[in-house]
Design a protein. Structure first.
Length: 338
């Protein structure tokens, strides 16, 4: 039944997934985890085996609780393990039980009936999610890739390391998955276009609510009842610039027209022309020389080759420091863990 089905939100980073999470999570019955806990993109590949031994489950839960996105949430390990045992029953436990156990405990703690998770790029694991949760509802958010690129370029200290060619490939794959899964699983998968949600929120929220099997509430329209939502989703708009009459602002649309370098715009439109037109966006004319195109393409290829190893090392060091005693006790001592 739709009212009991888990909710997953996916799409690329900087595509409006946080806004969609805030809309859905503002429903009084839905507890969407307030941060991007990478259950499917990070933990699932590590613990993707059936059955999981009790030792595997305990190790997985402990690792999840140490993740940076859990540091502000107070959930006890024993609560999760008990819920996993109940959900698994007489059957061997699997990663689906870990996911539901954790998020059911969170939903219970915040006093809501239905749980959900936003995990960017989780669309890559939709078939696995559906296998574990046959009644799942998956919301895939798409945004103009040129605006996504501008948003990435504006974000300082981006831990994902923006690489144009890599991002183009990821966006193309995400777009194709949105088309395939929406057609293949119409009752379980829906694609929401960020631009339509921002410019005409009411019909999009109504469509989304029908898909999820819930009534539209004023809180969903106003986005005022989601735990962890600070009321902003743009890298450019300051607090003073946000319109007071609506939580949705269209100034984030089409920013690439003035913020995107011509060579980068050319590359995106060259490699994603069909997809951009498929979303009914305009392809802009770009007047740059053949020499500049060739030079930028060569530079992009070089970045695609040498940058990923550097980013990998950077993330490994970051996670090592985060999960050691250098950071976590500080949060507990200062009382920042909620």
């Amino acid at each position: 039944m739709a009212e009991n089905s888990p909710i997953f939100i996916g799409g690329l980073h900087r595509s409006g997934t946080s806004l969609v999470r805030a809309v859905v999570g503002s429903h009084h019955d839905i507890a969407l985890f307030p941060w991007d806990l990478p259950l499917w993109t990070y933990f699932y590949p590590k613990y993707n085996k059936t059955p999981l031994t009790f030792s595997d489950i305990e190790k997985c839960v402990e690792e999840i609780l140490k993740h940076e996105k859990m540091l502000y949430i107070q959930i006890e390990k024993d609560e999760i393990l008990q819920r996993i045992r109940v959900n698994a029953g007489d059957k061997p436990a699997n990663f689906g039980h870990v996911c539901s156990g954790l998020l059911e405990v969170y939903a219970s703690n915040v006093g809501r009936k239905r749980w959900g998770l936003k995990n960017p790029l989780s669309e890559l694991y939709f078939e696995d999610i559906l296998r574990y949760f046959p009644n799942t509802k998956f919301v895939h958010v798409l945004r103009d890739p040129r605006d996504v690129a501008v948003s990435h370029r504006s974000k300082r200290h981006d831990p994902f390391g923006y690489i144009p060619l890599k991002h183009i490939m990821h966006w193309k794959s995400s777009y194709r998955l949105a088309q395939t899964n929406t057609n293949k699983h119409p009752g379980h998968y829906i694609t929401i276009q960020y631009e339509k949600l921002v410019s005409e929120p009411n019909p999009v929220i109504e469509e989304l609510s029908r898909f999820l099997g819930v009534e539209v509430t004023d809180s969903m329209r106003k986005i005022d009842n989601h735990r962890g939502w600070a009321g902003g989703y743009s890298s450019f708009v300051t607090k003073d610039e946000k319109p007071k009459e609506t939580p949705y602002y269209t100034s984030s649309l089409g920013r690439f027209r003035t913020k995107m370098p011509p060579t980068l715009l050319w590359l995106y439109q060259l490699l994603l022309k069909n997809e951009i037109e498929g979303l009914e966006f305009e392809i802009l004319p770009v007047n740059i020389s053949f020499f500049h195109k060739a030079a930028f393409l060569a530079k992009s290829l070089a970045e695609y080759i040498y940058k990923p190893p550097l980013i990998f090392v950077k993330l490994k060091v970051y996670h090592f420091l985060l999960y050691t005693h250098l950071y976590q006790p500080y949060l507990r001592i200062t009382g920042k863990k909620q």
